[in-house]
Design a protein around this ligand. Structure first.
Ligand SMILES: Cc1cc2nc3c(=O)[nH]c(=O)nc-3n(C[C@H](O)[C@H](O)[C@H](O)COP(=O)(O)OP(=O)(O)OC[C@H]3O[C@@H](n4cnc5c(N)ncnc54)[C@H](O)[C@@H]3O)c2cc1C
Length: 311
Protein backbone atom coordinates (compact mmCIF):
# COMPACT_ATOMS: atom_id res chain seq x y z
CA UNK A 1 0.00 0.00 0.00
CA UNK A 2 2.82 2.37 0.90
CA UNK A 3 4.21 2.36 -2.64
CA UNK A 4 0.97 3.06 -4.45
CA UNK A 5 0.79 6.55 -6.00
CA UNK A 6 -2.32 8.42 -4.94
CA UNK A 7 -3.84 11.29 -6.93
CA UNK A 8 -2.52 13.58 -4.19
CA UNK A 9 1.07 12.45 -4.93
CA UNK A 10 0.55 13.38 -8.57
CA UNK A 11 -0.93 16.74 -7.61
CA UNK A 12 2.27 17.60 -5.81
CA UNK A 13 4.45 16.94 -8.83
CA UNK A 14 4.82 19.51 -11.57
CA UNK A 15 6.10 18.56 -14.99
CA UNK A 16 8.38 21.61 -15.13
CA UNK A 17 9.65 24.24 -12.70
CA UNK A 18 10.75 27.35 -14.62
CA UNK A 19 12.95 29.57 -12.45
CA UNK A 20 12.75 33.21 -13.56
CA UNK A 21 9.83 35.06 -15.15
CA UNK A 22 11.58 37.32 -17.65
CA UNK A 23 11.40 37.01 -21.45
CA UNK A 24 13.15 33.61 -21.41
CA UNK A 25 11.23 31.97 -18.58
CA UNK A 26 7.80 33.22 -19.67
CA UNK A 27 8.44 32.16 -23.23
CA UNK A 28 9.44 28.64 -22.16
CA UNK A 29 6.36 28.52 -19.92
CA UNK A 30 4.10 29.60 -22.80
CA UNK A 31 5.36 26.71 -24.94
CA UNK A 32 5.14 24.20 -22.10
CA UNK A 33 1.65 25.16 -20.94
CA UNK A 34 0.41 25.05 -24.54
CA UNK A 35 1.98 21.57 -24.75
CA UNK A 36 -0.27 20.76 -21.75
CA UNK A 37 2.63 20.28 -19.32
CA UNK A 38 1.92 21.25 -15.72
CA UNK A 39 4.23 24.22 -15.30
CA UNK A 40 5.14 26.42 -12.36
CA UNK A 41 7.06 29.65 -12.97
CA UNK A 42 8.99 31.34 -10.17
CA UNK A 43 9.14 35.12 -10.32
CA UNK A 44 11.93 36.18 -7.97
CA UNK A 45 11.95 39.92 -8.59
CA UNK A 46 12.99 42.61 -11.05
CA UNK A 47 14.22 41.67 -14.51
CA UNK A 48 17.57 42.96 -15.79
CA UNK A 49 16.12 45.88 -17.77
CA UNK A 50 13.49 46.87 -15.19
CA UNK A 51 14.99 50.39 -14.77
CA UNK A 52 14.52 51.45 -18.40
CA UNK A 53 11.64 53.55 -19.70
CA UNK A 54 11.11 51.84 -23.05
CA UNK A 55 12.04 48.58 -24.71
CA UNK A 56 13.72 48.79 -28.10
CA UNK A 57 14.82 46.36 -30.77
CA UNK A 58 11.99 43.85 -30.30
CA UNK A 59 9.68 43.76 -33.29
CA UNK A 60 6.12 44.39 -32.17
CA UNK A 61 7.15 45.73 -28.75
CA UNK A 62 9.11 48.83 -29.84
CA UNK A 63 8.48 51.54 -27.22
CA UNK A 64 6.61 49.30 -24.74
CA UNK A 65 7.60 49.52 -21.10
CA UNK A 66 9.28 46.49 -19.45
CA UNK A 67 6.21 46.23 -17.16
CA UNK A 68 3.79 46.10 -20.13
CA UNK A 69 5.96 43.48 -21.86
CA UNK A 70 6.05 41.25 -18.78
CA UNK A 71 2.38 41.71 -17.96
CA UNK A 72 1.39 40.57 -21.44
CA UNK A 73 3.66 37.52 -21.18
CA UNK A 74 2.42 36.64 -17.72
CA UNK A 75 -1.25 36.81 -18.71
CA UNK A 76 -0.57 34.65 -21.80
CA UNK A 77 1.08 31.99 -19.61
CA UNK A 78 -1.72 32.13 -17.04
CA UNK A 79 -4.36 31.84 -19.79
CA UNK A 80 -3.00 28.35 -20.62
CA UNK A 81 -2.95 27.26 -16.98
CA UNK A 82 0.60 28.29 -15.98
CA UNK A 83 1.09 28.81 -12.26
CA UNK A 84 3.22 31.94 -11.69
CA UNK A 85 4.43 32.32 -8.12
CA UNK A 86 6.07 35.38 -6.57
CA UNK A 87 8.80 33.39 -4.90
CA UNK A 88 12.55 33.12 -5.11
CA UNK A 89 13.88 29.61 -5.54
CA UNK A 90 16.37 29.03 -2.74
CA UNK A 91 17.52 25.51 -3.53
CA UNK A 92 16.96 22.71 -6.04
CA UNK A 93 17.94 19.17 -5.21
CA UNK A 94 18.26 16.43 -7.83
CA UNK A 95 16.77 13.27 -6.34
CA UNK A 96 18.04 9.74 -7.06
CA UNK A 97 14.70 8.95 -8.79
CA UNK A 98 15.36 11.67 -11.43
CA UNK A 99 12.89 14.17 -9.97
CA UNK A 100 13.83 17.59 -8.54
CA UNK A 101 12.84 19.03 -5.17
CA UNK A 102 12.44 22.78 -5.57
CA UNK A 103 12.43 24.97 -2.47
CA UNK A 104 10.69 28.27 -3.11
CA UNK A 105 10.79 30.95 -0.43
CA UNK A 106 7.24 29.97 0.59
CA UNK A 107 6.96 26.22 -0.10
CA UNK A 108 8.62 23.15 -1.58
CA UNK A 109 7.39 21.41 -4.71
CA UNK A 110 8.66 18.53 -6.85
CA UNK A 111 9.21 18.75 -10.61
CA UNK A 112 10.20 16.32 -13.33
CA UNK A 113 12.30 18.93 -15.17
CA UNK A 114 13.83 22.30 -14.39
CA UNK A 115 14.35 25.32 -16.67
CA UNK A 116 16.80 27.90 -15.33
CA UNK A 117 15.90 31.35 -16.71
CA UNK A 118 17.50 33.34 -13.92
CA UNK A 119 19.26 36.03 -15.96
CA UNK A 120 22.49 37.88 -15.15
CA UNK A 121 23.87 40.77 -13.17
CA UNK A 122 25.79 43.61 -14.84
CA UNK A 123 28.69 44.32 -12.48
CA UNK A 124 29.10 48.09 -12.73
CA UNK A 125 32.50 49.65 -11.89
CA UNK A 126 32.67 51.49 -8.54
CA UNK A 127 32.06 54.95 -9.99
CA UNK A 128 29.65 57.10 -7.92
CA UNK A 129 26.35 57.83 -9.66
CA UNK A 130 26.70 55.07 -12.27
CA UNK A 131 23.89 52.88 -10.98
CA UNK A 132 21.54 55.84 -10.51
CA UNK A 133 22.19 57.02 -14.09
CA UNK A 134 21.49 53.61 -15.66
CA UNK A 135 18.74 53.89 -18.25
CA UNK A 136 19.09 57.73 -18.29
CA UNK A 137 22.60 58.73 -19.37
CA UNK A 138 24.45 55.53 -18.41
CA UNK A 139 24.10 52.79 -21.01
CA UNK A 140 25.45 49.29 -21.44
CA UNK A 141 24.81 48.58 -25.08
CA UNK A 142 24.11 50.94 -27.98
CA UNK A 143 21.74 48.35 -29.51
CA UNK A 144 19.20 49.21 -26.78
CA UNK A 145 19.62 52.98 -26.52
CA UNK A 146 22.21 54.29 -29.02
CA UNK A 147 19.50 55.63 -31.32
CA UNK A 148 17.90 57.64 -28.51
CA UNK A 149 21.20 59.47 -27.78
CA UNK A 150 22.44 59.59 -31.37
CA UNK A 151 24.86 62.38 -32.38
CA UNK A 152 25.62 63.27 -28.74
CA UNK A 153 29.19 63.13 -27.40
CA UNK A 154 29.85 59.68 -25.86
CA UNK A 155 32.47 58.36 -23.44
CA UNK A 156 33.11 54.61 -23.25
CA UNK A 157 34.94 52.92 -20.38
CA UNK A 158 35.12 49.62 -18.51
CA UNK A 159 36.64 46.23 -19.35
CA UNK A 160 39.70 46.84 -21.58
CA UNK A 161 39.15 43.63 -23.57
CA UNK A 162 35.74 44.88 -24.76
CA UNK A 163 36.48 48.62 -25.03
CA UNK A 164 38.10 48.83 -28.46
CA UNK A 165 35.18 46.96 -30.02
CA UNK A 166 32.66 49.08 -28.09
CA UNK A 167 34.39 52.33 -29.11
CA UNK A 168 34.30 51.35 -32.78
CA UNK A 169 30.68 50.15 -32.58
CA UNK A 170 29.54 53.42 -31.00
CA UNK A 171 30.65 55.38 -34.08
CA UNK A 172 27.55 53.99 -35.80
CA UNK A 173 25.52 56.31 -33.54
CA UNK A 174 27.81 59.29 -32.95
CA UNK A 175 30.88 60.85 -34.53
CA UNK A 176 32.08 62.00 -31.08
CA UNK A 177 33.33 58.96 -29.17
CA UNK A 178 36.10 58.97 -26.55
CA UNK A 179 37.42 55.81 -24.94
CA UNK A 180 38.76 56.50 -21.43
CA UNK A 181 40.83 53.74 -19.83
CA UNK A 182 43.96 53.36 -17.70
CA UNK A 183 44.80 50.39 -19.92
CA UNK A 184 47.67 50.84 -22.36
CA UNK A 185 46.26 49.77 -25.74
CA UNK A 186 48.79 48.50 -28.29
CA UNK A 187 49.67 50.77 -31.19
CA UNK A 188 47.69 48.71 -33.72
CA UNK A 189 44.49 49.12 -31.64
CA UNK A 190 45.13 52.84 -31.20
CA UNK A 191 45.67 53.30 -34.93
CA UNK A 192 42.47 51.41 -35.73
CA UNK A 193 40.44 53.43 -33.22
CA UNK A 194 41.92 56.62 -34.67
CA UNK A 195 40.89 55.39 -38.13
CA UNK A 196 37.28 55.13 -36.93
CA UNK A 197 37.52 58.63 -35.47
CA UNK A 198 37.54 57.39 -31.83
CA UNK A 199 39.61 59.49 -29.41
CA UNK A 200 41.44 57.72 -26.57
CA UNK A 201 42.40 59.07 -23.16
CA UNK A 202 44.66 56.96 -20.94
CA UNK A 203 43.15 57.71 -17.54
CA UNK A 204 40.63 56.28 -15.09
CA UNK A 205 37.01 57.42 -14.85
CA UNK A 206 36.33 58.41 -11.23
CA UNK A 207 33.05 60.33 -11.41
CA UNK A 208 30.12 61.61 -13.43
CA UNK A 209 29.45 65.35 -13.59
CA UNK A 210 25.76 66.18 -13.97
CA UNK A 211 23.66 69.33 -14.20
CA UNK A 212 20.14 68.47 -13.10
CA UNK A 213 19.21 65.31 -14.98
CA UNK A 214 21.84 65.87 -17.70
CA UNK A 215 25.31 64.38 -17.86
CA UNK A 216 27.85 66.99 -18.91
CA UNK A 217 31.21 65.24 -18.47
CA UNK A 218 33.11 62.46 -16.73
CA UNK A 219 35.88 63.20 -14.24
CA UNK A 220 39.15 61.27 -14.29
CA UNK A 221 41.76 60.28 -11.69
CA UNK A 222 44.24 62.84 -13.04
CA UNK A 223 41.70 65.66 -12.64
CA UNK A 224 40.56 65.92 -16.26
CA UNK A 225 36.94 66.38 -17.34
CA UNK A 226 35.90 64.83 -20.64
CA UNK A 227 32.67 66.43 -21.95
CA UNK A 228 29.93 63.92 -22.82
CA UNK A 229 26.17 63.50 -22.66
CA UNK A 230 26.10 59.71 -22.52
CA UNK A 231 28.45 57.06 -21.15
CA UNK A 232 28.61 53.47 -22.33
CA UNK A 233 30.10 50.98 -19.89
CA UNK A 234 31.70 47.67 -20.84
CA UNK A 235 30.71 45.95 -17.59
CA UNK A 236 31.49 42.37 -16.61
CA UNK A 237 28.60 39.91 -16.25
CA UNK A 238 27.95 37.37 -13.54
CA UNK A 239 25.22 34.78 -13.16
CA UNK A 240 22.26 36.15 -11.17
CA UNK A 241 21.78 32.87 -9.31
CA UNK A 242 23.91 30.08 -7.89
CA UNK A 243 21.28 27.45 -8.69
CA UNK A 244 23.06 26.41 -11.89
CA UNK A 245 26.33 25.88 -10.01
CA UNK A 246 24.53 23.51 -7.62
CA UNK A 247 23.01 21.46 -10.44
CA UNK A 248 25.24 21.39 -13.50
CA UNK A 249 28.52 22.47 -15.08
CA UNK A 250 29.06 26.24 -15.07
CA UNK A 251 31.76 28.58 -16.34
CA UNK A 252 33.96 30.80 -14.15
CA UNK A 253 31.26 33.51 -13.91
CA UNK A 254 28.65 30.94 -12.77
CA UNK A 255 26.78 30.67 -16.10
CA UNK A 256 25.30 27.28 -16.99
CA UNK A 257 27.14 25.59 -19.84
CA UNK A 258 24.61 24.34 -22.39
CA UNK A 259 24.48 22.77 -25.83
CA UNK A 260 22.59 24.41 -28.70
CA UNK A 261 19.32 22.95 -27.34
CA UNK A 262 19.76 24.59 -23.92
CA UNK A 263 20.60 21.24 -22.28
CA UNK A 264 22.95 21.43 -19.29
CA UNK A 265 25.27 18.66 -18.11
CA UNK A 266 22.44 17.32 -15.90
CA UNK A 267 19.60 15.46 -17.64
CA UNK A 268 16.30 17.22 -16.95
CA UNK A 269 17.85 20.67 -16.42
CA UNK A 270 17.84 23.34 -19.13
CA UNK A 271 19.21 26.89 -19.05
CA UNK A 272 18.01 29.71 -21.31
CA UNK A 273 18.28 33.46 -21.93
CA UNK A 274 20.92 35.44 -20.05
CA UNK A 275 21.33 32.56 -17.57
CA UNK A 276 23.49 30.90 -20.23
CA UNK A 277 23.98 33.47 -23.00
CA UNK A 278 25.23 36.85 -21.79
CA UNK A 279 24.71 38.49 -25.17
CA UNK A 280 21.06 37.50 -25.53
CA UNK A 281 18.71 40.47 -25.96
CA UNK A 282 14.99 40.22 -25.16
CA UNK A 283 14.10 38.73 -28.52
CA UNK A 284 16.86 36.10 -28.30
CA UNK A 285 15.89 35.26 -24.72
CA UNK A 286 12.26 34.80 -25.71
CA UNK A 287 13.38 32.67 -28.67
CA UNK A 288 15.53 30.50 -26.41
CA UNK A 289 12.47 29.67 -24.31
CA UNK A 290 10.55 28.58 -27.39
CA UNK A 291 13.58 26.67 -28.73
CA UNK A 292 13.91 24.37 -25.75
CA UNK A 293 10.16 23.72 -25.45
CA UNK A 294 10.00 20.70 -27.76
CA UNK A 295 13.09 19.13 -26.15
CA UNK A 296 11.67 19.49 -22.65
CA UNK A 297 8.38 17.93 -23.77
CA UNK A 298 10.27 15.09 -25.47
CA UNK A 299 12.28 14.49 -22.28
CA UNK A 300 9.06 14.37 -20.21
CA UNK A 301 7.41 11.88 -22.58
CA UNK A 302 10.47 9.62 -22.67
CA UNK A 303 11.01 9.64 -18.91
CA UNK A 304 7.36 8.89 -18.21
CA UNK A 305 7.49 5.92 -20.64
CA UNK A 306 10.59 4.64 -18.84
CA UNK A 307 8.95 4.92 -15.44
CA UNK A 308 5.82 3.11 -16.73
CA UNK A 309 8.05 0.24 -17.93
CA UNK A 310 9.62 0.01 -14.46
CA UNK A 311 6.24 -0.12 -12.66
C1 LIG B 1 19.91 48.93 -19.05
C2 LIG B 1 19.45 47.80 -19.93
C3 LIG B 1 18.60 48.04 -20.98
C4 LIG B 1 18.19 47.01 -21.82
N1 LIG B 1 17.36 47.29 -22.85
C5 LIG B 1 17.00 46.32 -23.70
C6 LIG B 1 16.17 46.60 -24.84
O1 LIG B 1 15.71 47.73 -25.03
N2 LIG B 1 15.91 45.58 -25.71
C7 LIG B 1 16.40 44.31 -25.51
O2 LIG B 1 16.14 43.46 -26.35
N3 LIG B 1 17.15 44.01 -24.43
C8 LIG B 1 17.46 44.98 -23.53
N4 LIG B 1 18.23 44.68 -22.44
C9 LIG B 1 18.65 43.28 -22.24
C10 LIG B 1 17.51 42.49 -21.54
O3 LIG B 1 17.33 43.03 -20.25
C11 LIG B 1 17.88 41.01 -21.45
O4 LIG B 1 18.14 40.54 -22.75
C12 LIG B 1 16.72 40.18 -20.87
O5 LIG B 1 16.30 40.73 -19.63
C13 LIG B 1 17.13 38.73 -20.68
O6 LIG B 1 15.98 38.01 -20.34
P1 LIG B 1 16.05 36.79 -19.31
O7 LIG B 1 14.66 36.29 -19.19
O8 LIG B 1 17.13 35.86 -19.68
O9 LIG B 1 16.52 37.47 -17.92
P2 LIG B 1 15.74 38.54 -17.02
O10 LIG B 1 14.84 39.35 -17.84
O11 LIG B 1 16.77 39.25 -16.21
O12 LIG B 1 14.85 37.62 -16.07
C14 LIG B 1 15.44 36.79 -15.10
C15 LIG B 1 14.47 36.72 -13.93
O13 LIG B 1 14.86 35.65 -13.06
C16 LIG B 1 14.67 36.08 -11.74
N5 LIG B 1 15.44 35.21 -10.83
C17 LIG B 1 16.80 35.14 -10.68
N6 LIG B 1 17.11 34.22 -9.76
C18 LIG B 1 15.91 33.70 -9.32
C19 LIG B 1 15.57 32.71 -8.35
N7 LIG B 1 16.50 32.05 -7.63
N8 LIG B 1 14.25 32.44 -8.14
C20 LIG B 1 13.29 33.08 -8.86
N9 LIG B 1 13.55 34.02 -9.79
C21 LIG B 1 14.86 34.32 -10.01
C22 LIG B 1 15.14 37.53 -11.77
O14 LIG B 1 14.69 38.26 -10.65
C23 LIG B 1 14.47 37.99 -13.07
O15 LIG B 1 13.16 38.40 -12.83
C24 LIG B 1 18.65 45.69 -21.59
C25 LIG B 1 19.50 45.43 -20.50
C26 LIG B 1 19.89 46.46 -19.68
C27 LIG B 1 20.79 46.16 -18.52
Amino acid sequence: MMNRKTSKDHDDIFDVAVVGAGAAGLSAALFLTRARRRTVVYDGGPVRNSMIVKIHEYLGYEGSTPAEFLERGRSEVISYGGDIRSETVLKIEARPDGLFDVWGSKMKITARAVVLATGLVDVLPMVPGLKEGLGKYVHLCPCFSGYEVRDKPFVAFGLPERLAQLGKFLTAWSSSVTVVSPHEFDSETLTRLDGFGVKTVQDEVTGLVTEGDQLVSIATASGMQVPCEAVFVAAPFKAASELAASLCEVDEAGFAITDTYGRTSRPGVWAIGNATDQLAHLVHSAASGANIGPWVVDYLLETSLNSKKKE
